[in-house]
Design a binder for this molecule. Structure first.
Ligand SMILES: Nc1ncnc2c1ncn2[C@@H]1O[C@H](COP(=O)(O)OP(=O)(O)OP(=O)(O)O)[C@@H](O)[C@H]1O
Length: 257
């Protein structure tokens, strides 16, 4: 059975000028992987901060499943460089036990870094440690703001594979922001192309031929993604049964359900 984790209804966020997040409707269910793409300044981070409840919305409503635990990997992590801090201590700041933290680190493939200094991690190691911190809470919903930043291309593919595997293992929902369109096309279930409002949304393969996508990213980018057109036209429920496909939804000011 579909279990709803979060629903945004007609959500707008405005700072001083025009809305940064403009009339967004979105539902995320357990088991979904939804990726938000869009140009710089499109409101992606503001949108996921609204999902988390750390960004006040100007209008609309957000419903969160009260039972759902949320794990968050932020875009930037500011650590005081003069403060000695091991990965173990960093993870235990979540309030979870050393055992739980070590297991979370094992799930992201970097258990050997348990006693390393957080200040000496490579880009890819840091992202895996941040992911482990989010996993330590056994989340029902994982919220990831550019999880593959600072990671080389092979590492990025591995990280997206890991996120999919974690979704399968934990049966959680995932909402993330990504700038790597090729990896998004290959590794996500549903894409939302955001430019303040939802330009288009749907399956990755359908999205790249949507006029609103081409307008946002340009013909060259859209053509370079043509390789993904051999898409899956169905998906499976938790029992492996085929369920109805969802075509891409074009045009502005539309929601994603
Ligand atoms: N607290 C704030 N006060 C004022 N303006 C803000 C605030 N937070 C974000 N903005 C503005 O809202 C717009 C959207 O920012 P946001 O960080 O959501 O974009 P983004 O799509 O995540 O961008 P990027 O891809 O560059 O990370 C930007 O113009 C930004 O300057």
């Amino acid at each position: 059975m579909t279990e709803r984790l979060v629903t945004l209804s007609d959500v707008c966020v405005r700072f001083d000028g025009p809305p940064v997040v403009d009339h967004i409707n979105l539902t995320l269910n357990r088991g979904d992987i939804v990726t938000i793409i869009g140009p710089n300044g499109a409101g992606k981070t503001t949108l996921i901060k609204s999902v988390l409840g750390i960004q006040r919305i100007t209008s609309g409503t957000i419903w969160r499943n009260p039972q759902a635990r949320i794990g968050y990997v932020p875009q930037h992590l500011q650590l005081q460089p003069t403060l000695p801090l091991s990965v173990r201590r960093f993870l235990m700041l979540t309030g979870e036990s050393a055992d739980t933290c070590r297991q979370a680190l094992a799930q992201t493939g970097v258990e050997h870094l348990f006693d390393a200094s957080v200040h000496h991690l490579s880009g890819g190691e840091k992202q895996r440690v941040l992911l482990a911190r989010a996993l330590a809470r056994s989340p029902d919903l994982l919220v990831l703001d550019e999880p593959a930043q600072g990671v080389d291309i092979n590492g990025q593919a591995a990280l997206y594979d890991l996120i999919r595997a974690l979704r399968d293992r934990l049966n959680c929902g995932v909402i993330m922001i990504s700038h790597d369109l090729h990896l998004v096309m290959a590794a996500t279930d549903r894409v939302i192309c955001l430019n303040q409002h939802v330009c288009c949304s749907g399956y990755p393969a359908d999205i790249s031929t949507d006029p609103a996508f081409i307008e946002t990213f340009g013909q060259t980018v859209a053509e370079s993604l043509a390789v993904y057109h051999h898409h899956h036209n169905h998906r499976h429920d938790l029992h492996g049964d085929v369920v109805e496909s969802q075509p891409a939804e074009g045009c502005s000011h539309h929601g994603v359900h």
